[in-house]
Design a protein around this ligand. Structure first.
Ligand code: ASP
Length: 410
């Protein structure tokens, strides 16, 4: 039988999905169920996968010093790449000035968004769960990660007998979860066909797939351009100069998760595929993937951080509010915090915008201005979020002295 590589299958599915959504808009229910089932299956894997991977990852790290070193490197990578992303966004939005003279009639009603004003302090509190089962049920990733790190850490500390039993057990669970993930991944093309057809059909009936006219179009171009620069210049440069890796080779093995990130707009839903690609295709050790990637999917969002900054600046320009240099610095810092606090789910970034807008005193209704085109920008920024997580895992692996599989092939 003709065997087409998975990423080609996905690309074909994406293309067919777009055609289906455009021309068979009324019949989208016939395929959208595949997308729904695929997303459900991915979400089913996430909680046990994160728990088992972090617990086994941390307990395999061996010593507290190693954990501290790895944690520190991960933190430095996340904060510095997100900051670079925000600065890229800030420069582009100041050059293009998409909001100057914008028509505020574009603003939409945002009431249905259920904009929760969760402050940054609340987010910090929520890292410590009061009930771990509830955190699992609600998919509270930060709480889950915190608990898993603690659990893994203290496995290292208990009596030798228990330590081996527990490490074996969690390694076993992790392997099973990866096997289930690989099974689910086989259905990616069908899932993507369903999701894309639905998204395209919804957008088409909501009045135009891409509202790329006027200021909103310019705003989209600014976000896209800044994301492109970050994804194809900054991150590859870090891969090349810090990680001593060939960025093109690395991007090739990441095609499947990146395309999935694009269609699902969710770093969390993509996580199982990211882990599979980084570990098995690129050859980063399990120790590093299982620690950095689940953390990255929740905490490290370069695309979201950049987007937050450009959107806030666009809103300020549209309302004719001149932000001072200090206020722009506040935008940069809050964009970073908002991206850390945002969950890896669709539209999380849009909701976190409230934090930035209130920090610099911009009208919250401004969100209505960027709402129409958020879906498509969400797809793009999620790709960059996942790409940055993947680059991070590889770079950290290299600084830990690992040799990756992709370096061995010519
Ligand atoms: N959808 C993004 C993600 O999952 C988060 C966001 O809305 O920016 O990575």
């Amino acid at each position: 039988m003709l065997k087409i590589k998975l990423h080609w299958q996905i690309l074909i599915a994406l293309f067919l999905g777009v055609l289906y959504g455009m021309f068979l808009t009324g019949y989208v229910d016939y395929v959208s169920w595949m997308g729904t089932l695929f997303l459900r299956a991915l979400k089913m894997v996430i909680v046990p996968l994160i728990l088992s991977s972090i617990i086994s990852g941390v307990s395999n790290i061996g010593t507290a010093e190693n954990l501290g070193r790895l944690g520190f490197k991960t933190f430095v990578y996340y904060v510095s790449t997100s900051t670079l992303a925000i600065i890229t966004g800030l420069v582009v939005v100041n050059l293009v000035q998409p909001g100057v003279g914008a028509d505020l009639g574009l603003a939409q009603n945002v009431e249905h968004l259920k904009v929760t004003e969760r402050s940054f302090v609340d987010t910090l509190y929520s890292i410590i769960p009061t009930n771990i089962v509830e955190a699992m049920a609600k998919g509270e990733m930060l709480a889950l990660i915190f608990f898993a790190i603690l659990f893994g850490y203290f496995i290292m500390k208990v009596e030798h007998k228990y330590k081996t039993q527990l490490t074996d057990f969690f390694n076993g669970v992790f392997n099973v979860m990866m096997a289930i993930t690989m099974f689910v991944i086989k259905f990616t093309p069908l899932g993507i066909l369903g999701i894309v057809a639905k998204v395209v059909a919804d957008q088409a009936s909501a009045g135009g797939l891409l509202n790329i006219v006027g200021k909103l179009g310019l705003y989209m171009i600014s976000v896209a351009l800044a994301l492109l620069i970050h994804g194809t210049v900054t991150l590859p440069a870090i891969l090349r100069f810090v990680g001593k890796l060939n960025p093109i080779k690395y991007a090739k093995v990441m095609t499947t998760p990146l395309l999935t990130a694009f269609t699902t707009s969710s770093s969390n839903a993509t996580l199982p595929l990211t882990m599979e690609a980084v570990e098995h295709d690129a050859g980063v050790s399990n120790k590093i993937t299982s620690f950095t990637l689940p953390l990255g999917a929740t905490v490290n969002m370069d695309g979201t951080a950049l987007y937050e900054c450009v959107a806030a600046m666009f809103i300020a320009q549209a309302y004719g509010i001149d932000l001072s240099f200090t206020q722009q610095i506040v935008v940069v810092i809050t964009a970073l915090l908002a991206s850390i606090g945002a969950a890896g789910v669709p539209m999380a970034g849009l909701v976190m915008m409230t934090i930035i807008l209130s920090a610099v005193g911009l009208p919250l209704e401004g969100i209505g201005l960027v709402l129409t085109v958020d879906r498509i920008l969400d797809m793009m920024r999620t790709v960059i979020n996942v790409w940055s997580d993947s680059c991070g895992a590889a770079v950290i692996a290299k600084t830990e002295g690992e040799t990756l599989k992709i370096e061995e092939t010519k």
